[in-house]
Design a protein around this ligand. Structure first.
Ligand code: ZN
Length: 66
């Protein structure tokens, strides 16, 4: 087991070991969330973290469309 913090799957902030929430999807993918807020946004609200300013994945000026 790694002692390094894992990045939150939603906001990309490091999740210290021993905190945060682990979520295992039916297909075997394991997701880590730093807080219930991130988990809810990702799983219940299905928001795009690139559109939310409080996440580290936020893209300034919006997402470029091809
Ligand atoms: Zn998070």
């Amino acid at each position: 087991m790694s002692l390094l913090a894992k990045p939150c799957n939603f906001c990309d902030r490091p999740v210290p070991k021993g905190s945060g929430t682990m979520f295992a999807k039916n297909d075997g993918t394991v997701l880590w969330f730093c807080s219930s807020k991130c988990k809810k946004n990702a799983l219940v609200l299905k928001r795009d973290p690139r559109k939310l300013k409080w996440t580290k994945k936020y893209v300034k000026g919006g997402i470029r469309k091809k």
